[in-house]
Design a protein around this ligand. Structure first.
Ligand SMILES: Nc1ncnc2c1ncn2[C@@H]1O[C@H](COP(=O)(O)OP(=O)(O)O)[C@@H](O)[C@H]1O
Ligand SMILES: [Mg+2]
Length: 285
């Protein structure tokens, strides 16, 4: 089972949307997929019409009141879901008194390893809490989701460094990849930013960029993946393309976490990423 955490230390960048839709696209590609909602806000659960207030949740799993298998729910899009609720705060509070609280999710998911091809974990917008630590500890890959808006490059560089630090601190090893979202092709700024992100992250960045599409907001409001309400929209195409990339890759777990040197831009690239101001970001010589 490949375990992919969707992370960023920032909210509103499209993590939950990407978690739901990459999961649903992998189901369309005949994979058995589990989605774990690891955010108190429970947006992944709500986005799939599942209420965490009724029935077992990830908080119950982490507090060891139920097993991961007992907490599984069927969700739209052919997904299996472990839902979330405000109750997750109880685990965060209790974790200070536990030995190795960051390993709970990893152990809990082990019993499901033969039942699913993929588990996707939708993380909260915090890199340094016990919840993200649990996700990273359980993961074979971390997917850094970046909104392709203003200051995205600086945010992405900082966020990646932060997750590498967290991984090093807890001794985790996972493949760290980057996904651009909320992309608006019409603006020159966004197009140039994409070039800069590719220059910076090289092969760590997925070729697929998720374009802005209002259908994704509608899908969230309907509580169903976009494939069920608008299967031919650009968002459906983008997530199918992303799933194809994910299916084709072999995660480089245990590799040196820093990007290979060749993937980094040279100082001269600053001129070639024409007209783009990148304050605060040092392109390396
Ligand atoms: N590609 C996209 N196009 C249009 N709206 C999007 C897109 N991705 C996310 N959204 C919307 O942006 C908001 C924040 O997205 P969400 O996935 O909840 O972010 P996060 O989980 O990082 O906080 C939601 O209202 C969501 O519907
Ligand atoms: Mg979210």
């Amino acid at each position: 089972m490949r375990v992919i955490s969707l992370v960023n230390q920032k909210g509103g960048c499209g993590k939950t949307t990407a978690a739901i839709h990459l999961a649903a696209a992998l189901v369309l590609a005949k994979q058995r997929v589990l989605l774990v909602d690891l955010d108190l806000q429970a947006h992944a659960s709500l986005g799939l019409s599942v209420s965490g207030e009724l029935g077992p949740t990830i908080g119950d799993v982490l507090c060891e009141r139920v097993t991961a298998r007992e907490s599984l729910r069927a969700a739209p899009g052919g997904l299996a879901l472990i839902a979330s609720s405000q109750g997750l705060a109880e685990f965060e509070e209790e974790s200070a008194r536990l030995v190795g609280p960051e390993r709970r999710l990893r152990y809990a998911l082990e019993e499901l390893a033969a039942d699913f091809d993929y588990a996707l974990i939708d993380c909260p917008a915090r890199a340094d809490g016990v919840l993200t630590a649990n996700a990273l500890c359980a993961s074979t890959s971390a997917l850094l989701v970046i909104e392709t808006g203003a200051f995205a490059l600086q945010g992405a560089v900082r966020a990646r460094a932060l997750f590498e630090e967290v991984a090093a601190l807890q001794g985790s090893r996972f493949d760290l990849r980057v996904l651009g979202t909320l992309f608006d092709r019409r603006t020159r700024f966004a197009r140039e930013l994409l070039v800069a992100l590719h220059a910076r992250f090289g092969q760590d960045m997925y070729e697929t960029v998720v374009r802005s599409n209002v259908r994704l907001r509608e899908a969230a409001a309907c509580g169903r993946p976009v494939f069920e309400i608008a299967p031919r929209c650009s968002a459906a195409d983008d997530f199918r393309a992303l799933a194809a990339e994910v299916l084709a890759e072999t995660p480089r777990i245990g590799r040196e976490l820093r990007a290979p040197r060749a993937a980094r831009p040279r100082a001269g690239d600053r001129g070639r990423i024409s007209g783009l101001e990148l304050p605060g970001v040092e392109l390396e010589a």
